[in-house]
Write a protein that binds this ligand. Structure first.
Ligand code: MGD
Ligand code: MGD
Ligand code: MO
Length: 758
């Protein structure tokens, strides 16, 4: 059978006369994602990068000035010209400045196939070239990834053993979801989501009588549950609510003392703060009510209900993508520790059920096929979201996880498989930072802003144009991804591009190891077969797998319960924390001396916002980040070509805004146009504008130009969550909004750039 795998599902491509006409979901998927329907039409649309292209000014004077980026036209060139130019620039920069002047972090989701994973290919290539400045952590879980090892355990280790949905259906009674369980988000998992689970899971839990509480600004974050209360709290205030829930437990003596004594450290220190002994302010329900807009009696009632039930406390990744984003994650663990149900069936905490499809699948993860990246002799790195700081302030110090580092001085940026003009905050500032490097090389499939703001653009194939293996942690199927169509235009696989460059630079043998692509698939598959065997999973031999088209990973006989082994025997199975226990107070974090992340969870009083509406720039329902924004499914959701923005009827009425209006959204960082949806599914005082509209400034040559398509990152702040993690803090943002009465500029995001002859 011929299947392919995308981050949002497995499909059977239907091809007629060499053209993709349909992506049919695989028959076994219980709730296929409609995002697949965006590929036909998009894949060979005018947005496709068809030939190598070089910015005009760069072709004339390579490496001289970045000022024309995003404004100047491109010159299409043949592959040899482009590859010679890239090889020459790499050599020049290495000779003049060393490998520490090359930034290859290249954050981004790329595509699902594991061999043709663009970022892995780039890292292997740059390591072969002598190394590069890398990036750490992710935009997804910047604060969480750095915090969790200090207080509970490695983030990936925790995510891989989340209590399974079937266990929750049998044992859970109350499911309290901070940030909900968004069906829109569970469409995806990195590497593949071959069978969608969440809708059925919510139904199953509902039928078993589980009561849900959706705490957050959007009602639609939890859909399909029979018994679900919506608590429309003020964004960014979850820590205050969790503190008050903890306060009621302690005040009423409902905390599990035996659990705290055996499995945690630091409860006394935390209690002194909670009760106000250390700062004079008890974190009681009245105190929290003023900060969260949740009435005090409801907080008291919920705390009692939590203590009387088998309770799962779930927290969306979104909560930690904020200033002081460590605190809601730390409080989630703390609150669950007070209830004492961690490690028991159906109870405890969850970090992002609903954020990814595969969380809670109950399948044993093993490390799928992966390309060995070699080793990187360059030690310099940045926390991933600090890229603009690095480019603007070479040499400046920054704090990170207890240490002080300095930003390297970057001359060449190499990107493959990510879109910084999608993912980074304060894009007007980012555009200025992006002018600093001498050379920017990008491999792209489509003319996104990432490509339009590059000097040299090399056209990359999509998954449908190459053979690969789809495999994701805890997913149900491994998928033989078979090439379905010929490469569009002159597109080449990232692997082939790097191999041709390595040849020019003298390390083709080390990079390619004399293997062709099928050899590589076999080789990486064999590696994963070994690792699967260590988990007791027997993969078929490669030829059988490839002929069959997919492999169903067997389900373990036992249901997964998070931290069960630790609970059963904390001495035999200590956590990876300094004490081996859950740390409600962390000596180590306290020892770092960070005012913005002290030794136990705390509430930081936010400064009064300068703009009245909280902006939630959450994940989009109709695409993955910026991927396939130019596809049919995403475009059908737009309002007069702009990204839809949801606001409450009270806020709309106060501003004379009607459903379907185009609105201007602005703050001190920038301004954009979006299409209004007036709805009481969002609480007053909050506007919701998903990420992912392709960045589209009205006048790319003008600083801080109006963005006319609705990319929320022109409005977000580019500051780290704290000195501990420096994580992305996109969800802490405020804006004002008004009806747009001017002439409506056409959206040009999906048009290719202007081309000129050489
Ligand atoms: N305001 C705000 N900003 C956010 C967030 C938020 O909540 N709010 N969320 C953040 C989060 S969690 C994340 S993970 C990031 C996501 O940010 P990214 O992962 O950077 O976003 P993508 O759109 O997935 O970018 C992938 C790019 O790679 C290209 N691509 C795909 N496959 C291939 C390939 O095989 N080869 C090559 N060369 N290119 C390929 C695609 O065309 C696309 O342009 O955004 C972050 N930004
Ligand atoms: N369809 C689709 N699915 C995706 C992605 C995508 O691009 N498209 N991206 C994937 C990626 S990379 C990631 S990291 C995950 C991200 O998973 P999350 O970070 O959890 O996703 P978000 O959509 O940003 O946020 C989930 C919900 O949290 C709510 N929320 C925001 N701020 C607050 C707050 O302060 N308090 C409370 N209580 N609620 C709040 C919002 O209403 C939002 O809808 O999603 C993944 N899933
Ligand atoms: Mo993410």
């Amino acid at each position: 059978m011929s299947y392919t795998s995308l981050h949002w599902g497995a499909y059977r491509p239907l091809v007629e006369n060499g053209r993709l006409v349909e992506m049919r979901p695989v028959p076994w998927d219980r709730d296929p994602s409609p995002i697949g329907s965006s590929l036909p039409g998009a894949i060979d649309s005018p947005s496709r990068v068809r030939r190598p292209a070089v910015r005009q000014g760069f072709l004339e004077r390579p490496g001289r000035s970045g000022e024309g980026r995003g404004c100047e036209p491109f010159v299409e060139v043949d592959w040899d010209t482009a590859l010679d130019l890239v090889a020459a620039e790499l050599q020049r920069v290495r000779r003049d400045y060393g490998n520490r002047a090359i930034f290859g972090g290249s954050y981004g989701w790329s595509s699902a196939g594991r061999f043709h994973h663009a970022q892995s290919q780039l890292h292997r290539f740059l390591n072969g070239f002598g190394g590069y400045v890398s990036s750490r952590d992710s935009y997804s879980l910047g604060a969480g990834r750095v915090l969790m090892p200090h207080i509970a355990g490695d983030m990936d280790w925790l995510l891989a053993q989340h209590t399974s949905w079937d266990n929750l259906a049998e044992h859970c009674q109350l499911f309290v979801a901070f940030g909900g369980l968004p069906l829109k988000n569970a469409q995806v998992s990195p590497g593949g989501a071959s069978d969608h689970l969440l809708r059925e899971a919510i139904g199953k839990l509902s039928r078993a009588g589980v009561r849900f509480v959706n705490v957050g600004p959007l009602r639609s974050d939890l859909e399909g549950a029979t018994d679900c209360e919506w608590w429309p709290l003020r964004p960014g205030s979850d820590t205050a609510l969790m503190l008050a829930l903890a306060y009621v437990l302690v005040d009423e003596g409902l905390q599990d003392e035996a659990f705290l004594a055996r499995y945690t450290v630091g409860f006394e220190r935390f209690r002194d703060y909670l009760l106000g002994h250390s700062d004079g302010q008890p974190k009681d329900p009245h105190w929290a009510s003023a900060r969260t807009d949740i009435p005090a009696p409801r907080i008291v009632e919920l705390a009692r209900r939590m203590a009387a039930s088998r309770t799962m406390i779930n927290v969306a990744y979104a909560l930690q993508r904020a200033v002081h984003g460590e605190q809601p994650f730390w409080m989630t663990v703390t609150l669950a520790a007070l209830l004492g149900q961690i490690g028991l069936p159906g109870g405890g905490f969850g970090l992002g059920y609903g954020a990814m499809n595969n969380t809670g699948s109950g399948r044993k993860p093993f490390s799928g096929p992966r390309l060995d990246q070699g080793s990187n002799p360059v030690r310099d790195f940045i926390p991933v979201a600090r890229i603009a700081d690095m480019l603007l302030q070479p040499g400046a110090p920054f704090d990170y996880d207890g240490q002080r580092h300095h930003y390297p001085d970057i001359r060449l940026v190499y990107w493959a498989g990510g879109n910084a003009f999608h993912h980074h905050q304060d894009l007007n500032r980012f555009v200025r930072a992006w002018q600093r490097p001498q050379t920017i090389v990008v491999h792209e499939q489509y003319w996104t802003a990432q490509a339009k703001y590059a000097d040299i653009v090399l056209p990359a194939t999509t998954v449908l144009e190459r053979d690969d293996i789809g495999s994701a942690s805890s997913d149900r199927f491994m998928v033989a991804m078979k090439r379905a169509i010929a490469p569009v235009g002159e597109a080449r696989h990232d692997y082939r591009i790097f191999l041709d460059l390595a040849r020019r630079l003298g390390f083709a043998e080390a990079f390619g190891e004399g293997r062709d692509e099928m050899d590589w698939l076999r080789h990486t598959y064999e590696g994963s077969r070994q690792r699967a065997r260590e988990q007791g999973i027997e993969l078929p031999d490669f030829d059988d797998f490839w002929a069959e088209g997919c492999f169903e990973v067997p389900r373990p006989a036992e249901q997964t319960v998070l931290l069960k082994a630790f609970r059963d025997d904390p001495h035999a199975h200590p956590l990876g924390t300094p004490s081996g226990r859950l740390e409600l107070y962390s000596e180590r974090i306290a020892g770092f001396g960070y005012a913005d992340c002290p030794g136990h969870p705390v509430w930081f009083e936010p400064p009064a916002p300068r703009y009245p509406l909280h902006l939630i720039s959450n994940q989009p329902k109709t695409r993955l980040h910026s991927q396939y924004d130019h596809g049919a499914y995403s475009r059908a959701s737009k309002i007069r070509e702009r990204e839809p923005l949801m606001l409450n009827s009270q806020d709309a009425a106060a501003r004379g805004i009607a459903d379907g209006d185009v609105v201007r959204v602005f703050n001190a960082h920038g301004a954009l146009l979006a299409g209004a949806i007036v709805s009481d599914e969002v609480r007053p005082g909050v506007v919701q504008l998903a990420t992912g509209a392709w960045y589209d400034p009205l006048d790319p040559a003008a600083p801080d130009s109006l963005e006319k398509h609705g990319n929320p990152n022109v409005l977000t702040r580019d500051v780290g969550a704290s000195s501990l993690s420096q994580g992305c803090s996109a969800h802490t943002a405020h804006v004002e909004i008004e009806r747009w009465t001017g002439e409506l500029p056409p959206v040009s995001a999906f048009q290719p750039p202007r081309f000129v002859a050489r």
